[in-house]
Design a protein. Structure first.
Ligand code: ZN
Length: 66
């Protein structure tokens, strides 16, 4: 029988700092970015934030690659 392990909100990904596949905590942040200061126009972009649970290195990546 396959058991579903109730793992934490994590994902095994490669960490540049550890140079290993390590457990990462993944979350999504919405960041407000200004397109042009003069317009005061903002776009809200989702970022995927990964934090290495081994060394604490955080990396964020924009989810919409325009
Ligand atoms: Zn790491």
């Amino acid at each position: 029988m396959a058991t579903t392990d109730d793992s934490i909100n994590g994902l095994t990904e490669y960490c540049d700092e550890c140079e290993l596949d390590t457990l990462h905590e993944v979350s999504v942040q919405i960041r407000t970015e200004s397109i042009k200061k003069e317009n005061a126009q903002f776009s809200r972009e989702p970022y995927r934030v990964c934090e290495c649970q081994r060394c604490g290195n955080r990396s964020s990546q924009r989810m919409n690659n325009a």
